[in-house]
Design a protein around this ligand. Structure first.
Ligand code: SF4
Ligand code: FES
Length: 238
């Protein structure tokens, strides 16, 4: 991979050409806040929290670092009055959209937002429409049980026709990646509840712990060829 030389906050850095600036910052222990970025999935630039300033030649502009490719001679700044103002505004808007979200409240307060001046939504739950759950379900799990429905203010993440999804395997990966805790999932008495469906949990053949939905194990067995005998033993006992 060809390398490029750039600087972040005055620190000289060598990075892979085309690596995204947010990843370059994190690899070099330079903190940049984000909500819609995931190490495995990258980002599609939805939250706008990761803004930084970039100078090339005489030109300085504000960019979303999760989508800005590292290039020779780039000078990036991760903290400035302008950046702080944009991040505060983004967080204030997200907090107004999701007043129930503890994570957004925590981030907002840590960026100096003590209250929300905008009208608060009371129908969005904790969802910021970051798309991580949809992308995880599609590209990592491979089942595409989730999607976006509606437009404008009624746009939301849901299952097809808002019905319990036939294709969902109950793996919970969507709930795991969700940065705001919007997706409700709970396991009780050997049953997992998620997206309006109930999944019987498999008990480990050795220790008896309920560790994964049986349906998920059957899906893995079918797609990977692994035997159900092996899959029915929990990772700790394998
Ligand atoms: S449910 Fe969570 S992961 Fe999915 S779009 Fe909303 S905030 Fe993002
Ligand atoms: S992390 Fe860059 S826009 Fe969300």
């Amino acid at each position: 991979m060809p390398k490029v030389n750039l600087s972040v906050d005055g620190k000289k850095i060598q990075a892979d050409k085309g690596a995204f600036l947010l990843d370059v910052c994190r690899d070099n222990h330079i903190p940049v806040p984000s909500l819609c970025h995931n190490e495995a999935l990258g980002s599609d630039g939805r939250c706008r929290l990761c803004v930084v300033e970039v100078r090339r030649g005489n030109r300085t502009r504000m960019v979303t670092s999760c989508l800005f490719p590292a290039a020779e001679g780039v000078e990036a700044i991760t903290q400035s009055a302008n950046i702080a103002l944009v991040r505060k505004t983004v967080l204030e808007l997200l907090w107004a959209r999701c007043p129930e979200s503890d994570e957004i409240a925590r981030l907002a307060r840590s960026h100096g937002v003590s209250d929300v001046r905008y009208q608060k939504d009371n129908d969005k739950g904790k969802c910021i429409l970051c798309n991580l759950c949809i992308r995880t379900c599609e590209s990592v799990v491979g089942v595409s049980a989730l999607g976006l429905s509606g437009k404008g203010p009624v746009k939301k993440v849901t299952t097809p026709f808002d019905e319990p999804s036939e294709t969902c395997i109950g793996c919970g990966a969507c709930a795991f990646v969700c940065p705001t805790g919007h997706i409700q999932m709970w396991d009780k008495e050997g049953v997992r509840n998620i997206w309006g469906r109930k999944f019987e949990m498999a008990a480990c053949a050795k220790c008896g712990t309920h560790f994964a939905p049986l349906y998920q194990l059957e899906y893995i067995s079918k797609t990977s060829g692994a035997s159900m005998d092996r899959l029915r033993t929990c990772p700790d006992c394998r």
